[in-house]
Design a protein around this ligand. Structure first.
Ligand SMILES: Cc1cc2nc3c(=O)[nH]c(=O)nc-3n(C[C@H](O)[C@H](O)[C@H](O)COP(=O)(O)O)c2cc1C
Ligand SMILES: CCCCCCC(=O)C(=O)O
Length: 367
């Protein structure tokens, strides 16, 4: 792993480790995968404005999220079925998050249970991702189990009432490797009938396209846990989520896996921060691959940036060590970006440090 010095190196390395099945599932996006690419391209359009000679020999990446500390503002977004990437699956991911001092969002569709993850990383910060499943009793039961073992919050994925069309996994078609089970959902169709697994069928059977905003208040009252609305892509929905009780907003397009052709997340962030940022924290994910991407997200107003695929690439390359290295790379890159832009702490990162290419063209300067 010594030769892997940036996140892109991990992305390329894992291609030779995973078979076509895993490469297709983990890396796919929806339809033409335009949004997958544009999430990345949009970061490139945002440019940095470094300020110089500002005495930055001592720097701190420490921040707080939902009132508690993290060592740096990069967390692990929920991604399903980590055991396909590495035998230690979510146990390795949670331990890496713990060692790095950041948050792990465990997917409801994980291959180790919430209790197993809590046991592996008892003192770490953990949130549980909840899907829009039809069975409300199950939703509450799993959330309360998570609360009992120390999960702090529920991340409700409001963008997934069905799965987007992921052509590459249809073409194969994707097959679940033997022995992979959804550990939190014993009676799930996938566990009962693993050979017949098919994403479209699975979403029709288990997910609820009838869900509405009152689900946030329902989940909050039933669990008495903070609810984070994940998948928000407009300021209108950010306001609705907050008015319906959301404690934080997570700007995400699911890494381009749901609706293709949407606005890249980094470009939506500003309108969401302007509409609800005074009341709740705002997080973002989608295409974050460099410490400078994290810096840009924080400058626009995010409290934290999250990463999905890079964690799976780290897991595939080297289990816990691989995930830790991915997190360390982003941490170091963010630190160097801070030094070179002239900021000493995460709280000093502000909108004055970024401009979009379009803003630069219209900018009036005077001396
Ligand atoms: C393989 C894979 C599985 C995912 N599983 C989930 C999931 O179970 N729940 C969820 O809310 N989001 C899921 N996501 C979306 C991620 O949480 C996140 O929004 C996305 O990966 C961010 O983009 P990035 O991969 O470019 O960092 C998944 C993404 C990938 C790539
Ligand atoms: C039966 C497992 C389905 C999990 C889907 C996870 C997900 O959201 C994804 O994008 O893939």
């Amino acid at each position: 792993m010594d030769k892997l010095v940036c996140i892109k190196d991990f992305m390329l390395a894992v291609e030779n480790i995973w078979d076509s099945n895993l490469n297709a599932y983990y890396n796919c996006g929806a339809d033409d995968e335009i949004t997958v690419q544009e999430n990345r391209d949009a970061f490139i359009r945002w440019k940095l404005r470094p300020r110089l000679l500002r005495g930055v020999s001592k720097r701190s990446l420490f921040t707080t999220v939902l009132g508690k500390p993290v060592n740096f503002p990069v967390g692990i977004a929920p991604t399903a079925m980590h055991q396909m990437a590495h035998p230690e699956g979510e146990l390795a991911t949670a331990r890496a998050a713990d060692n790095s001092g950041t948050i792990f969002i465990q997917s409801l569709h994980s291959t180790y249970s919430i209790e197993e993850v809590a046991h592996a990383a008892p003192n770490s910060r953990k949130w549980l991702q909840m899907a829009l499943i039809k069975d409300r009793n199950k939703m509450i039961e799993v959330a309360l189990r998570a609360k009992r073992v120390g999960f702090e919050a529920i991340v409700l994925s409001v963008d997934t009432c069905t799965f987007g069309i992921r052509r590459n996994i249809r073409r194969l078609p994707f097959k679940l490797p033997a022995g992979i089970r959804l550990a939190n959902l014993e009676e799930d169709e996938m566990n009962v009938n693993p050979d017949g697994f098919n994403f479209t069928q699975h979403s029709e059977l288990t997910l609820d396209c009838g869900a509405t905003w009152d689900l946030i208040q329902f989940l909050k009252s039933a669990t008495d846990m903070p609810i984070i609305a994940k998948g928000i892509q407009t300021f209108e929905d950010a306001v609705l989520a907050v008015n319906n009780g959301a404690d934080a907003i997570f700007v995400s397009n699911h890494g381009g896996r749901q609706l293709d052709g949407v606005i890249p997340t980094i470009d939506i962030l500003q309108e969401v921060v302007e509409s609800v940022g005074e009341h709740v924290e705002v997080y973002v994910d989608g295409g974050v691959m460099r410490g400078s991407d994290v810096f840009k997200a924080i400058a626009i107003g995010a409290k934290m940036a999250f990463i999905g695929r890079p964690i799976l690439w780290g897991l595939g390359v080297g289990g816990q060590e691989g995930v830790q290295k991915v997190l360390n790379i982003l941490k170091e890159e963010l630190d160097i970006t801070m030094a070179l832009t002239g900021v000493r702490s995460v709280s000093e990162i502000s909108p004055e440090f970024v401009r979009t290419v379009t803003q630069l063209k219209t900018l009036k300067t005077k001396c």
